[in-house]
Ligand binder design. Structure first.
Ligand SMILES: Cc1cc2nc3c(=O)[nH]c(=O)nc-3n(C[C@H](O)[C@H](O)[C@H](O)COP(=O)(O)OP(=O)(O)OC[C@H]3O[C@@H](n4cnc5c(N)ncnc54)[C@H](O)[C@@H]3O)c2cc1C
Length: 302
């Protein structure tokens, strides 16, 4: 049930939070795809404590809450999101602290920065994730993976807020990591503690650089308005599946699968969210029809 449109920002948020919140705010500029409708309320907290207060205010008015990391895995529908979006790409959760073989990283830290920092300290475990766009929080919630290894395998504990805005720390086991999944949906990830392995800095750096270059080469080079909508099924890469089913370059209006790297969906000028959704559905239908494989969606649809 949506909250009546007569309810405004000043009704929902206490005075000391109101300067952090905007009403009817565009989300497209936060998203890799650059499309989609506005958020009814968009908050950009600057301190961790404000995040909990924002969640509590929304809860007390039955407003749905979504967390925005770096926007590389979200598609917002044309109608926008009728609730509160809290952006964690600002300064509220950007701490990065190494102690021994442990790294504590704020949810808003760029995953690539965390990888580079730990490699520089001779700590292995994140180097293979370098170049994956997005934040530490987004990566942990979606259990980002590359080279056959997921981020959950080096997580020790996670500081979260529950749906009432109450802080707690949960273990990696409680986060229920499995292939590109966790059970953290509905929680706000604030900080993540990683347990890493001491390794030779030079060897780690070489591996990281090689993977980074390779990852860059596999992406469409002429645009950054891309997402990777599907999760690789266990047996095969999405890229191979799409190539083998003859769907590379498939187009729906101003949205297409890339021709040479068809695991990426590209939003061209005038692209719409509806076109993205239709293209995704066509790909899933065709792949299912031709191979019997039901592609799982990675992209989060708001
Ligand atoms: C070019 C490209 C290459 C990619 N390559 C890979 C790859 O190799 N491997 C891979 O696994 N993924 C890959 N992805 C997918 C994407 O980069 C990852 O899913 C990334 O971890 C998302 O992080 P984000 O900060 O951008 O999350 P967002 O897109 O901002 O959010 C994604 C989801 O996470 C939730 N979320 C984000 N932060 C938090 C938080 N702090 N607390 C609670 N919920 C949160 C959001 O609500 C949303 O549901 C790729 C994407 C692109 C565009």
């Amino acid at each position: 049930m949506s909250v009546p449109s007569t309810v405004t920002l000043v009704d929902v948020f206490p005075e000391d939070l109101q300067h952090l919140v905007g009403e009817n705010q565009p989300l497209n500029e936060f998203l890799w795809l650059g499309i989609g409708g506005p958020a009814r309320f968009l908050a950009e907290p600057v301190e961790t404590g404000q995040i909990s207060e924002l969640v509590k205010a929304a809860k007390s008015h039955d407003l749905a809450v979504r967390i925005l990391g770096h926007g590389s895995n979200i598609l917002v529908r044309e109608a926008g999101f009728d609730g509160l979006v809290i952006s964690l790409s600002g300064p509220a959760t950007t701490g990065l602290e190494i102690s021994g073989n442990r790294l504590k990283a704020g949810a808003g830290v760029k995953l690539t920065h965390a990888a580079i920092k730990t490699v520089g300290e001779g700590l292995g475990g994140l180097e293979h994730l370098v170049g994956i766009p997005g934040s530490v929080g987004g990566a942990v919630v979606g259990n980002a993976s590359a080279e056959g290894r997921d981020i959950g395998s080096v997580v020790r504990s996670i500081e979260v807020l529950d749906e009432n805005g109450t802080a707690k720390t949960i273990t990696a086991e409680e986060a229920g990591f499995s292939h590109r999944k966790s059970t953290l949906d509905g929680l706000v990830v604030l900080n993540v503690e990683f347990e890493l392995e001491p390794k030779d800095v030079t060897a780690l750096t070489k591996r990281m650089q090689k993977l980074w270059i390779h990852r860059g080469q596999r992406r469409p080079s002429d645009t950054s308005r891309i997402v990777m909508p599907f999760i690789d099924p266990d047996s095969m890469s999405t890229r191979d599946l799409i190539v083998n089913t003859g769907l590379s370059g498939l187009r729906e209006g101003d949205v297409s699968l890339d021709l040479s790297a068809p695991q990426y969906l590209v939003a061209h000028e005038n692209a719409t969210s509806d076109q993205c959704l239709r293209l995704i559905e066509r790909v899933r239908e065709q792949v299912l029809l031709q191979t019997g494989i039901d592609l799982r969606l990675n992209l989060q649809i708001w």
